[in-house]
Write a protein that binds this ligand. Structure first.
Ligand code: TXA
Ligand code: MG
Length: 326
C-alpha cells in the first residue's frame, strides 16, 4: 500500500480492499480503478453529486457523456432499452472486453450521465479488479459505475496507477481511492460502437476492430463518423495530448524523443521512448511513452506510426489528436 496525502492508493487489491472500494462508491466517493484499456475514475452512476465530482476532478465540461460500467450482461436491461439483435451478438462475443456500446437509454439514466442525450454508453471491462469491484458494488445494491478515463480533460489517459496519481491525486478527497492493478494490457480506450441504428457505427476505434465487428454480426459496419452531432470528447481536437509537441513519421533529430517499432534504429542524440515489437505492444506503451516525454521535459517527440488495420487504426487515431497539442 502506497500512502498519498489526499487519498488512498492501494496496490494490494485483496478481497477486503475491493469491498472497501465498493463501499466507498456506494457512499458517493470516487474510486479510480484499472481496466484492460486504461484506468477509469468511477462513481455511482445513479448518484448525481458523486458523478458531478468526476467532472470537477477531471476539469471536464459537464455535458460530455460518461460510460456506465457493469459486471454482467444480465444487468444491462436496467440501463438500456430496444437493444438491436446485432448489439446482443456483439455483447456476447466481446464482453467482457474493450468495447463500449451506445444504446437507447432506460428511464433510470440521468441527464448527468448522458449530457442530455437519449443514449447511454455501456461496457463490461475485462480486468479482474474492475470486475471484482463492479461485482461487489452490485452485491451492495449498486447498479452501475460511471467512469471516464482517469486523466484531466484533454490529457493522455493513464495506463498505470502512478499515472492516475500524477493526473488527479491533487483533486481527490480523503475518502476517494485509487486501486492499483499494474499496467493496462490494451493501453488505448475501448472501441465505441453506436448501436442505435440499423447498422453498427464505430465512433472511436479501439482493440475491437471493424473486421471483428463484421465477423461477429455479419453486417456491414459503418466506419467512424468522425464528425457527427453526437458528442464524443475523444473526437475533439487537442485531445490525448502530452505537453511535448508530437510529430509523426519524420526522422527524429538530436534532442527529440522517439517512439517506433523495434526494427527502426535510434539516431544519435535522440531519446528512445519505447521500442515495441508489434502493434499490440505499441498500443500498450503509447500513452506511457507520451507521458515519459513530458517527465523528461522533452520539447518534442517523433512517432513512427504503425501501418495496417485493427489496433493500428486506433493508435493512428489517438496520435492524430495528440499532434494538435494542448
Ligand atoms: O476504455 C474506455 O472506454 C475507458 C475505460 C475507463 O472504460 N473509458 C473512457 O471514458 O475512455 P471517456 O469518458 O474518457 O471516453 C468515453 C467517450 C467519451 O468521449 C464520451 O463522449 C463517449 O465515450 N460517450 C459516452 N457516452 C456516449 C453516448 N451516449 N453517445 C456518444 N458518445 C458517448
Ligand atoms: Mg478520456
Amino acid at each position: 500500500m502506497y500512502a498519498m496525502e489526499n487519498s488512498e492508493f492501494l496496490s494490494s487489491c485483496s478481497a477486503d480492499t475491493i469491498k472497501l472500494a465498493a463501499h466507498s462508491l456506494i457512499n458517493g466517493n470516487l474510486v479510480a480503478f484499472p481496466t484492460e484499456t486504461v484506468y477509469g475514475l468511477g462513481a455511482d452512476a445513479l448518484n448525481s453529486s458523486a458523478v458531478s465530482r468526476i467532472y470537477d476532478v477531471k476539469g471536464r465540461p459537464h455535458d460530455h457523456p460518461l460510460i456506465v460500467h457493469v459486471h454482467d450482461l444480465n444487468v444491462i436491461d436496467e440501463w438500456v432499452r430496444e437493444i438491436p439483435e446485432y448489439a446482443i451478438q456483439l455483447a456476447r462475443d466481446y464482453w467482457p472486453g474493450p468495447m463500449t456500446l451506445i444504446l437507447n437509454r432506460s428511464k433510470i439514466v440521468g441527464d448527468f450521465i448522458t449530457g442530455g442525450q437519449d443514449t447511454v454508453g455501456i461496457r463490461i471491462p475485462d480486468h479482474p479488479i474492475a470486475l471484482a469491484l463492479l461485482n461487489s458494488f452490485h452485491e451492495m445494491g449498486g447498479v452501475g459505475v460511471a467512469a471516464p478515463s482517469a486523466n484531466r480533460f484533454g490529457h493522455v489517459s493513464p495506463t498505470s496507477a502512478e499515472a492516475v496519481s500524477l493526473e488527479i491525486a491533487d483533486y481527490l478527497g480523503n475518502s476517494d481511492m485509487i486501486l492499483d492493478g499494474g499496467e493496462c494490457q490494451v493501453g488505448v480506450e475501448s472501441t465505441i460502437i453506436d448501436c442505435t441504428r440499423k447498422l453498427p457505427n464505430i465512433l472511436r476505434p479501439g482493440a475491437i476492430s471493424g473486421e471483428m465487428i463484421e465477423e461477429s454480426v455479419n453486417l456491414k459496419v459503418k466506419d467512424k463518423s468522425t464528425r457527427n452531432n453526437i458528442r464524443v470528447s475523444g473526437i475533439l481536437e487537442k485531445h490525448y495530448s502530452p505537453m511535448s509537441k508530437v510529430f509523426l513519421d519524420q526522422t527524429p533529430v538530436a534532442g527529440q524523443g522517439y517512439l517506433a517499432l523495434s526494427n527502426l534504429e535510434t539516431p544519435a542524440g535522440v531519446t528512445r521512448l519505447a521500442s515495441p515489437s508489434n502493434v499490440e505492444e505499441f498500443a500498450r506503451v503509447l500513452y506511457q511513452s507520451l507521458r515519459r516525454a513530458d517527465e523528461l521535459n522533452l520539447q518534442s517527440l517523433v512517432v513512427q506510426q504503425p501501418e495496417g488495420e485493427g489496433l493500428a487504426i486506433a493508435i493512428r487515431d489517438r496520435l492524430a489528436k495528440a499532434v494538435n497539442g494542448r
